[in-house]
Design a protein around this ligand. Structure first.
Ligand code: SF4
Length: 365
């Protein structure tokens, strides 16, 4: 056990009379737990497939955004075997719009590995879980804890916020991660560790929120050092983020008189790998506005549409100039591209940036 209040890494701890009691948090959780579609009800045995699926989807993504995707996946692929057997395109289509597409590829590979190596049953052990595609240290801990009630140290963004406030951790993230993990280790009980992990997440999501924590409702209000200091919202401290330089490029929306649009599939590896796109030029910081159609997939009369499509990826913002052309029915698709009905685009694995490009291109018709 860590003794956080005497930790040398925590020299400015405000004076509080008590330590955070895991039992108080669990009692709060029993009354206020969030109802989430992937969460088992009290007394129910959790389904590891649901827990795993939700944890992968929730990486970098909000609960609100994940809910409809989770429901759709469960309808399409009700068990890990169904997901493992599904064609890759079906999985990518179901994922389209959720972002961070390498997760979908890993999800599919992981489902296959669970079926092939573990007979369709997720392992309960963190090391075995970590051997699965797309399952890192955090996700392995979360599955072991939530699905199997193993004592694992689960630290997501919500938990980081709660812990840095409880113990006034002034070391900035990400450098503070090992310290935070030790502090959470010191808090995690042997009994009901899975509920404890979810309770920490719920506390961070609903009470100990980033901008205005509702400390008066918090089960740990008497033990919280940041509350005693008077300004909990200043935690966690973070190193300044460096965002990448703006990249620019051109995107080409070609439509036919009979309602088809030209698309292609991106290479399987890399950014948006395996997803569908309207053809584009390379995206580069030094991209120079080009003559209409200079990097177009097909020779035609391209016209530049006003404005640009803006999108922000994790590591860089992107501006795409959109060009549009209208072609006769029966025009042959250039190599590597294909025509699909505009009315059927919802069934394509179009990432969000490409939805914006297509919408911009069709509006400009
Ligand atoms: S008392 Fe306030 S700052 Fe401290 S853990 Fe609770 S909600 Fe967060």
């Amino acid at each position: 056990m860590v003794a956080p209040r005497s930790s040398p890494a925590n020299p400015v701890a405000a004076s509080v009379a008590e330590r955070p009691d895991p039992a108080a948090l669990l009692a709060w959780y029993d009354r206020h737990r969030r109802a989430l579609p992937w969460r088992s009800l009290p007394g129910q045995v959790p389904d590891p497939y649901r827990v795993w699926l939700s944890e992968i989807m929730l990486q970098q993504t909000t609960v609100r955004a994940v809910k409809p995707y989770f429901e759709r996946f469960l309808t399409l692929f009700p068990a890990v075997e169904a997901l493992a057997e599904a064609p890759a395109e079906e999985v990518m289509k179901a994922w389209a719009g959720l972002g961070y597409y390498s997760r979908a590829r890993n999800l599919h590979a992981c489902a296959k590995a669970v079926v092939e190596r573990f007979g369709g049953r997720f392992p309960a052990n963190e090391d075995e879980l970590r051997s699965l595609p797309g399952v890192g240290a955090y996700t392995a801990a979360a599955i072991a804890s939530i699905a199997f009630d193993r004592r694992a140290i689960v630290v997501d963004g919500n938990v980081e916020r709660v812990a840095t406030r409880l113990y006034t951790v002034r070391r900035p993230l990400p450098g503070a991660k090992p310290l935070i993990r030790d502090l959470v280790d010191g808090l995690t009980p042997d009994a009901r560790p899975g509920d404890f992990a979810q309770a920490m997440m719920d506390l961070g999501a609903t009470i100990c929120t980033p901008k205005s924590p509702a400390c008066g409702l918090c089960p740990w209000r008497s033990a919280c050092q940041a509350r005693a200091e008077g300004a909990p919202e200043i935690y966690p401290f973070k190193d300044k983020k460096t965002t990448g330089a703006l990249r620019r490029g051109a995107a080409y929306v070609a439509v036919t008189q009979d309602g088809l649009i030209l698309v292609r599939t991106r290479p399987p590896k890399g950014l948006l790998g395996g997803m569908t796109e309207a053809p584009t030029s390379a995206w580069a910081a030094d991209f120079a506005e080009e003559a209409p159609g200079a990097s177009a997939p097909i020779r035609a009369e391209w016209r530049r549409l006003p404005g640009v499509v803006e999108h922000v990826f994790t590591h860089f913002p992107l501006h795409l100039t959109v060009y549009r052309t209208d072609l006769p029915a029966g025009t042959a698709a250039p190599e590597g591209c294909r025509w699909v009905p505009i009315a059927g685009l919802a069934g394509e694995a179009l990432p969000t940036v490409m939805r914006k490009v297509v919408a911009h291109g069709l509006e400009g018709g």
